[in-house]
Design a protein around this ligand. Structure first.
Ligand SMILES: Cc1cc2nc3c(=O)[nH]c(=O)nc-3n(C[C@H](O)[C@H](O)[C@H](O)COP(=O)(O)OP(=O)(O)OC[C@H]3O[C@@H](n4cnc5c(N)ncnc54)[C@H](O)[C@@H]3O)c2cc1C
Length: 399
């Protein structure tokens, strides 16, 4: 595995901005803060929660995680997954991965990144909720941005200044709203359960049940004893109802529940804006940097943080990195628009079309490399294009 260096070398000709404010101390924000602070920039991270105590959340990520981070977050890795079993109402297929997926505990990833950001010199200030930008004085339009904060109770308004702002404040981002980007979201709900008898601790199971959800259900093994079972749905009430039914049908008891909203991406959404002549970047869920096929946002949010840090540092390659990330995310969104129209019979056909050559492509290219796999898939199985065309045409036909 190629591991990119953690270091982003700054451009020799770039005048460093004075103060960088990162809004949101989670994975994307802390990673951007660490990258910038280690290059000598003065970075302050503002977090709305009273302390850095994220709730536990089990995530599955591709083998690209260590490559994007520049290191393997070993303390956060709970398990590795070698196979993915896909089920539809009338078909199933087992895919093997050349590089295993990682099951990570997000809380530990955040703690690790906070430690790295602090060691690099970034300051993390908790209990400060960003609520908007204050107007700049008319006689000094290019003066630093003025950021308005309140504490956890919504009291004690306070103003801070920064030359560059990175909005990493998640799915309901106030920074995005301040630059007129209106976020939207879907609900993710998963329950920790005892690993069912006969389930392999290194195989993820995915069920496509379009009558229940336009996304899917999953069983992700955390260890030889525990797993999380969950689904993505359009709203929390729907997610709760469907998950309860699914657990019941599989005879599973929820031990602990993890829930939250994840950002929905729009095509080619630009993750930066200019306010008072200063740049405001958006990263992670705040920028909709989420793969809409699987609604996974950890790795792509970290890639977004890397791009924003490179842009702040005046790194010449940041635009091409940004275009690459945008292309990847737009392809996932395109596939999601097709999958959203799938019925049971379409999933049966899809799984039936995953021949050996298609499986080889999927084994070699992870979900974070869709752009590289995209054109190989129709060559490996031309009927995939026909299936997509049929599903889309059905939509256009009346009745
Ligand atoms: C149940 C569940 C399961 C998931 N499973 C997966 C998975 O398997 N794989 C995967 O890749 N992704 C998964 N995701 C998605 C993934 O967790 C997110 O995409 C990712 O964590 C987003 O990180 P982030 O840093 O952009 O934002 P967040 O982690 O949402 O962090 C935003 C931070 O900003 C702070 N904040 C918010 N508003 C303000 C404000 N106004 N001022 C200051 N601070 C503020 C918040 O307190 C928080 O600390 C899952 C999500 C959920 C809910």
């Amino acid at each position: 595995m190629t591991v990119m260096p953690f270091v982003l070398s700054p451009s020799n000709h770039f005048p460093f901005p004075g103060q960088v404010a990162v809004i949101g101390a989670s994975s994307a924000g802390l990673f951007a803060a660490a990258l910038l602070a280690q290059e000598g920039l003065s970075v302050r991270v503002y977090e709305a929660s009273p302390d850095l105590d994220p709730l536990p959340r089990t995530l599955i990520v591709t083998s690209r995680l260590p490559e994007v981070l520049g290191f393997l977050p070993a303390e956060a890795v709970l398990n590795q997954v070698q196979h993915i079993e896909l089920f539809s109402s009338g078909a199933s297929v087992r895919l093997s991965l050349r590089k295993p997926d990682l099951i990570v505990e997000r809380e530990r990833v955040i703690r690790l990144l906070a430690e790295r950001a602090r060691q690099a010199g970034a300051e993390i200030v908790c209990g400060q909720r960003f609520i908007g930008f204050d107007a700049l004085p008319a006689d000094a339009p290019r003066s630093p941005l003025r950021l308005r904060f309140v504490d956890g109770a919504g009291d004690h308004p306070r103003q801070e200044q920064a030359d560059v702002v990175i909005g990493a404040d998640g799915v309901h981002s106030q920074v995005a709203q301040a630059v007129r980007v209106q976020p939207s979201s879907v609900a993710l709900l998963q329950a920790q359960v005892v690993l069912p008898p006969g389930a392999d601790p290194h195989t993820v199971r995915v069920w496509f049940m379009p009558g229940d959800t336009r996304f899917f259900y999953w069983l992700i093994p955390q260890s030889g004893q525990r797993a999380v079972v969950g689904l993505i749905a359009d709203d929390v009430a729907q997610a709760r109802d469907r998950l309860a039914r699914f657990l019941n049908a599989h005879g599973l008891e929820p031990l602990q529940v993890q829930a939250g909203a994840v950002a929905v991406r729009r095509f080619s959404s630009r993750p930066w804006a200019t306010v008072g002549g200063r740049r405001v970047y958006l990263v992670g869920d705040a920028a909709g940097q989420v793969k809409m096929t699987t609604v996974g946002g950890l790795v792509t949010g970290l890639r977004g943080a890397r791009v924003a840090a490179a842009a702040v540092l005046g790194h010449s390659g940041w635009r091409s990195e940004q275009r690459e990330l945008q292309r990847e995310l737009d392809l996932h969104l395109l596939l999601r628009l097709i999958l959203d129209r799938f019925r049971d019979a379409d999933y049966d056909q899809l799984l039936g079309l995953l021949n050996r050559r298609t499986q080889d492509v999927l084994a070699t290219r992870s979900r974070d490399e869709l752009a590289r796999a995209f054109w190989s898939l129709p060559f490996a199985q031309p009927h995939l294009l026909l299936l997509a065309a049929r599903v889309l045409l059905r939509q256009l036909r009346p009745g």
